[in-house]
Design a protein around this ligand. Structure first.
Ligand SMILES: [Fe+2]
Ligand SMILES: [Fe+2]
Length: 267
């Protein structure tokens, strides 16, 4: 992905008129001109994180195969309960709608961790070194949250034309996300290792589910990935590779949480 970002400037067209061309990979493709503000100007050279670590096709296939072959984490009771509710409400079939709901829920631990970190910074500001370390945790959570957000936006777009029942499509995902947020928040406060463990389980499950979904859809190997989010999440040879990249992101989220489990407190 290009390091350049042009949040506030239209893509220059070959004729110099400033109208956007057909380059869907450009960050500004399909994006209405942003408001020009002090903050948007400051963000101009800081594009949002797309994939955590971009892999090429061979790397993506190798990661998919390794996820398919790997033994899974030993899931906690709360993790198993969440996966069972997902299967019960949305079925065992790996539908795009089920993955959309998964991504609605996936962001919330990072939101909870960011929120806890800001509360902690308020109470530890007399110790700037400590508060700075807490800030670094908040920043990691924010970056992970951004990455999950692209997954959700891509899936929202891919399922846009499907019928979305009010209860299963809107209300239940919000209830799941709210419950998961509260659980992640309170666990981080009272038993931080358990909060990271819960997320590591969730991401482990997601990494496998994406690997299996791609395996179940050989036709996606020749389906192009065309999206208004290519400029943000990258261009891929196929829909299969784009989903493999999301699966690799999930594996890295799992790895990050497993590392945090070894040092769960802000020390
Ligand atoms: Fe995700
Ligand atoms: Fe995830």
């Amino acid at each position: 992905m290009t390091p350049e970002n042009h949040w506030t400037h239209p893509v220059a067209s070959p004729d110099g008129t400033g109208s956007r061309g057909t380059d869907l990979t450009h960050p500004d493709a399909h994006r209405p001109p942003a408001m020009e503000t002090p903050v948007t100007r400051a963000l101009e050279d800081r594009p949002p994180l797309g994939p955590i670590e971009r892999l090429d096709h061979d790397g993506l296939v190798a990661n998919q195969q390794s996820e398919l072959a790997a033994s899974r984490r030993k899931y906690t009771l709360s993790s198993r309960a969440l996966f069972s509710v997902m299967d019960l409400v949305y079925g065992k079939e790996r539908s795009l709608e089920k993955f959309r709901v998964l991504e609605v829920v996936a962001r919330v631990p990072y939101q909870a961790w960011e929120s806890v970190a800001y509360v902690a910074m308020t109470h530890t500001s007399k110790n700037p070194d400590f508060a700075r370390r807490v800030y670094d945790r908040a920043r990691i959570a924010r970056v992970e949250q951004d990455n999950e957000q692209w997954h959700l936006l891509i899936l929202e777009k891919l399922t846009r034309d499907q019928r979305r029942p009010w209860l299963k499509g809107r209300i239940i995902p919000q209830i799941l996300a709210l419950s998961y947020y509260q659980l992640s928040w309170i666990l981080l406060v009272i038993r931080p290792k358990r909060s990271y463990q819960l997320n590591a389980d969730f991401e482990d499950h997601a990494a496998l589910e994406y690997a299996l979904m791609v395996q179940e859809h050989p036709e996606w190997e020749t389906t192009p990935f065309e999206s208004q989010f290519q400029g943000d999440f990258g261009a891929y040879d196929s829909l299969a590779d784009m989903f493999r990249q999301i699966g690799y992101d999930e594996a890295l989220h799992r790895q990050e949480s497993e590392i945090m489990m070894t040092q769960p407190r802000y020390t």
